[in-house]
Design a protein around this ligand. Structure first.
Ligand SMILES: Cc1cc2nc3c(=O)[nH]c(=O)nc-3n(C[C@H](O)[C@H](O)[C@H](O)COP(=O)(O)O)c2cc1C
Length: 183
């Protein structure tokens, strides 16, 4: 499938099929993420794949509780991908401080989207998850307290017929211009 077609086909999936995801497919998604560019080639990421059903259940029960319960749909996802934002290279951090830019977040975003697009190509659905109880994710997965987890990805097979097509996006004329800024 052409890349633009694949990009347009991807939609956030919030209802998953009760079907495990093959490790080989997850490895392909990880390989796509690994190939992502990053500031100073810092590669400031670690991925923890939670596909053990019991562990994933415990994680979801705790991470999407109370004010985070809007994301309880994640419990239907057979896999939760935890992306740990690592510190990155010294140069990227100093440069980022100087510029006032969190390069590591850009890096994480690119790597995560590589993962997601590869998943889409393999027929898997995903949803970025930014709203979750970080402290319990660390606790359940034995991640050191000082680490930062900015996002998760819910992953699994889904029923394509049940996902709305089309994207609600600003028109191109509004978001892009040639040669000068247009308000
Ligand atoms: C950084 C980030 C965090 C997000 N967090 C959540 C979330 O916590 N829960 C959720 O249901 N969707 C979440 N989303 C998905 C967005 O709501 C979704 O991408 C957006 O509405 C566009 O819809 P689409 O992905 O179907 O094109 C997140 C997306 C991004 C990029």
């Amino acid at each position: 499938m052409a890349l633009l077609e694949l990009i347009k086909q991807r939609k956030s999936v919030r209802r998953f099929l009760d079907r495990p995801v093959e490790r080989e497919k997850i490895m392909m998604c990880l390989e796509a993420a690994r190939a992502a560019p990053s500031a100073c080639n810092s590669q400031p990421w670690r991925f923890i794949i939670v596909d053990d059903p019991e562990l994933k259940k415990r994680l979801c029960e705790k991470a999407f509780h109370g004010i985070y319960s809007i994301n309880t749909f994640c419990k239907t996802a057979p896999v939760i991908v935890v992306i740990i934002s690592e510190k990155g290279k010294f140069l990227a951090r100093i440069g980022g401080m100087f510029r006032g830019t969190k390069y590591y977040l850009i890096d994480i975003g690119i790597a995560g989207e590589h993962f997601i697009l590869q998943a889409e190509e393999l027929g898997l659905g995903t949803c970025w998850i930014g709203w979750f109880k970080e402290s319990v994710v660390k606790k359940v997965l034995d991640i050191p307290k000082e680490k930062k987890i900015d996002v998760l990805i819910a992953l699994g097979y889904y029923d394509k017929k049940k996902v709305k097509t089309g994207h609600d996006r600003e028109p191109l004329e509004k978001i892009a211009s040639f040669n000068s800024y247009r308000a």
